[in-house]
Design a protein around this ligand. Sequence first.
Ligand code: KIV
Length: 274
Amino acid sequence: MKATVLELKRKKGAHLVMLTAYDHPSARLAEEAGVDLILVGDSLGMVVLGYDSTVPVTMADMLHHTKAARRGAPRTFLTVDLPYLCYATPAQALENAARVMKEAGADSVKIEGGLETLPVVEALVRAGVPVLGHIGLTPQTASALGGFKLQGRDEANARRILEEAAALERAGCWGLVLELVPAPLARLVTERAAIPTIGIGAGAQCDGQVLVFHDLVGLYAGFAPKFAKRYAEAGAAIKDAIARYAAEVRGGEFPGEAHSFAMSDEVVKRLRGT
Ligand code: KIV
């Protein structure tokens, strides 16, 4: 049974498991493995579409991939990133949230950013859209933050993150992603918030954790941050499988009888005109 927003809010401290997925097979595997939440993240741009940041990702990309992920995981709560510059105003955010929820079947949207996003978050929540906040390192604006770097290390920035977390909770977010912040800061945010925090590179004291599918299974060849623990080497396994396929085709071993279809000798004879 798919979780409701109310149930998720009550799961503070429950070690929520969130994983990104971007298509039917990854979402199906995530659901079958029993994750609590799926995120169709705009990390899609980097791990699936081959961009070097999330900035080029479009609403069309998100809709296309969310529809596929939803078909793969019909029973899992699914949150979708609104991509860069697709929630610049409350009106634009509402229009795009409506599309991911009504056309693609999302249960919630994720919005990156702090105090500057409050009008957008408030408008979405007022309209009945469940919103997951995302603070700390926000990849869409990573350049303005000095790159993919730890956030909130010094006191002033740590205080800003605490303030943002409190404001986003007051604005009605059902949960908060904390990305790339020191573990003690994430712990403090988690202790102060009544809503669940979901960490990535934010230590063990968050209420849940999220990882990017391709990092977890070893399918992303780009930079692997320290927090991205690999649980499998699927990329190496797939490359090996392709190399064996190529060798068997070139060596005339594939397809063998087990992968071919026979027909009656009589028919073959007649076709050959003998
Ligand atoms: O896009 C994404 O995958 C994310 C996660 C890293 C939280 O935002």
